[in-house]
Design a protein around this ligand. Structure first.
Ligand code: ASP
Length: 415
């Protein structure tokens, strides 16, 4: 068991948590606050190196995986069917997540559990989250989806642009003569192979990375912030559990796999997502798990997972809508039915646009809050507990991608 990645990751998490609690100024504080804050980045070093290594190769990996995924489609019909099902599936499941979030947060009403003193105490003006919201119209947004400047997309870390580019390249190659497409296919194979080699090296660091990241977070988390936001945290977690239940139903109907069997097969992916808070960072592991443990053919795994890791973020959507409603409850803003619909649609769009890296879901939340007239400063209130929720929502995000692969395998009728 000691050799198993999931076991090492759990050990890393527990060790990180324990050391973090000892060092954290708001827990046992065995050393001075200054020293623990000075130690934190050193403890997190391997974790951050791990994340940087994956980020370094994520673009060649996404591009080559998608191109090869498309090229490995036995025929154009399969590919058309895949595209035909996957986009509505992603959008529909995201709507389910948003609706679950709205109902759940409205019924539990976590806003009513926060004492007004807490709101008064928090320095609302001191928010660190800043986001300038440009007024772009929907037609402009649609045109902007086409990556005109790859350099710009690279600079902005916009993986979606690369996903779209890779889809265009893959489909175009499929329509060329073999001798025309071969050089690029070979190049993609080579790109994918070296990216996976680097992932393999990075994965050797995974248990230490997890230890460092969890310890660092535990040191920095304010336990006071957690206690005052307890009901809010619980509400989001409960929503995420409901969403997980929804996935398990889809999994069962798609593959006849029982819930614990499925969860057992994907536990490494979930643990890594929880520890790194980044769907992009676990994407290579998700592809491997889909192929080896869930028996998903590469045509599906190499297409659905990179795409899903970029645009299918149901956990994030549920979190964003719950956070928005929680803030309306705190600020005493009543939402009409029409506003709720606007909120749902904006959240679906926002979660698609959320990059798959740690802590960005809350930044994108700003767009959503603006659409329903909640003061952006409200974000300061929930910032303190964002990381824990980020870890949990990312776990659900990656589970959603693996569920989608099983669903697509079923509808394409591949055994
Ligand atoms: N960390 C999330 C992810 O990578 C995105 C978010 O911040 O919600 O899936």
């Amino acid at each position: 068991m000691l050799k198993k990645l999931w076991f090492q990751v759990i050990l890393g998490m527990i060790a990180g948590l324990v050391l973090g609690l000892f060092l954290s100024p708001s827990a046992f504080a065995i050393v001075d606050e200054k020293i623990s804050f000075m130690l934190a980045p050193w403890i997190a070093l391997i974790g951050n190196i791990f994340l940087a290594l994956i980020k370094m190769i994520v673009i060649p990996l996404v591009v080559s995986s998608i191109i090869l995924g498309i090229m490995s489609a036995k025929n154009v019909e399969t590919l058309k069917k895949l595209g035909f099902y996957i986009f509505p599936y992603f959008i529909l499941t995201t709507f389910v997540a948003v609706i679950l979030g709205i109902i759940n947060t409205t019924i539990i009403n976590p806003g009513s559990y926060v004492s007004k003193d807490v709101i008064a105490q928090m320095n609302l003006a001191n928010t660190q989250v800043t986001k300038t919201i440009e007024n772009i119209s929907i037609p402009d947004m649609i045109v902007d989806l086409i990556p005109v400047s790859i350099a710009k997309a690279e600079l902005a870390g916009n993986i979606l642009a690369f996903v779209i580019l890779a889809i265009f390249i893959g489909v175009a190659l499929l329509n060329l003569k073999v001798e025309e497409s071969k050089p690029l296919v070979d190049l993609s194979k080579s790109l994918q192979a070296f990216s996976m080699k680097i992932v393999e090296w990075a994965m050797k660091l995974a248990p230490y990375a997890v230890f460092g990241l969890i310890c660092n977070i535990t040191i920095k988390i304010g336990f006071q912030a957690i206690s005052s936001m307890f009901m809010y945290i619980l509400t989001v977690l409960f929503g995420l559990v409901l969403l997980l239940g929804f996935y398990l139903i889809i999994v069962y109907f798609s593959s006849k796999m029982k819930p614990f069997e499925f969860l057992g097969k994907i536990k490494e992916v979930q643990l890594m997502a929880f520890s790194t808070s980044s769907s992009a960072a676990v994407m290579p592991l998700s592809i491997k798990t889909a192929e080896n443990n869930l028996e998903i053919p590469p045509t599906i795994s190499k297409f659905v997972i990179p795409l899903g890791a970029t645009i299918n973020m149901d956990g994030t959507a549920l979190y964003q809508v719950s956070a928005a409603i929680f803030l309306t409850q705190l600020f005493g803003i009543e939402l009409s039915f029409f506003e709720l619909i606007v909120l749902a649609i904006t959240t679906v769009g926002a979660s698609i646009g959320t990059p798959s890296t740690p802590g960005v879901g809350i930044v994108i939340l700003a767009t959503i809050l603006q659409s329903i007239g909640v003061p952006l400063e409200g974000i300061a209130l929930i910032l303190g507990v964002d990381r824990i929720l980020d870890m949990c929502r990312t776990t659900i995000n990656v589970t959603g991608d693996l569920t989608a692969s099983l669903f697509i395998k079923r509808v394409l009728g591949i055994k």
